[in-house]
Design a protein around this ligand. Structure first.
Ligand code: UDP
Length: 186
């Protein structure tokens, strides 16, 4: 699998053209299932708030930075979803997914939890970037699945944006220490 930035046009085609095709295919003239759009915390862009509510500003800068192509296409998906909700009363809910972790997650794309676990289990040094004081909130994928399932089955969710994640923060240094302890590694 390629990383997003290796092929930005593929990212954009998948996120926008792919999603639009799905919406067209389920146009309510034919059937009207509940649809959950997997958006991302990335849509908050440069907004530096410590925690986000669904109505907080999304902040991007001009200048053609492809780093944000994933985020802006996820945002485009959200707008596309709301256009279909308004015009066709389709049952769509947008879930903005925050850091999600869980069994079998690959460290291939540099995600910190599987990367540090792999290092700890192998008895290698753990790569904590910067001063390690940066914090993240990790949500267990099994909780994420429950949230998505509830959203998919809740009529009240129609046309809503919902942040999906965990609100308990941990610093990357503390995470590394926790992983060393759990892996019984030095
Ligand atoms: N990180 C780290 N060592 C690693 C990989 C990541 O210290 O081997 C840090 C990274 O600098 C960031 C945090 O862990 O501050 C989370 O990184 P990740 O890429 O998993 O997620 P994101 O930054 O997208 O939330």
């Amino acid at each position: 699998m390629k990383k997003d930035l290796d092929d930005p046009k593929a990212v954009m085609a998948t996120n926008m053209a792919g999603t639009e095709r799905v919406f067209r295919a389920i146009h309510p003239d034919r059937w009207n299932p509940q649809v959950v759009i997997a958006s991302s915390s990335e849509v908050y862009g440069f907004n530096t708030k410590q925690s986000f509510s669904e109505t907080d500003d999304v902040v991007f800068r001009s200048g053609g930075q492809l780093r944000w192509c994933y985020a802006v296409t996820k945002l485009a998906d959200e707008f596309l979803a709301f256009a279909y909700v308004r015009n066709y009363s389709m049952n769509i809910v947008v879930a903005r997914l925050f850091n999600t972790i869980g069994p079998n997650q690959t460290g291939e794309f540099g995600m910190v939890v599987p990367t540090l676990i792999k290092q700890a289990v192998a008895g290698m040094p753990l790569t904590v970037y910067g001063d390690g004081n940066q914090t993240r909130s990790f949500c267990d994928v099994r909780d994420t699945v429950i949230a998505l399932s509830l959203l998919a089955s809740s009529p009240a969710a129609k046309g809503e944006i919902v942040n999906v994640g965990n609100n308990q923060e941990i610093s990357i240094t503390n995470l590394a220490q926790l992983i060393l302890k759990q892996a019984k590694s030095n």
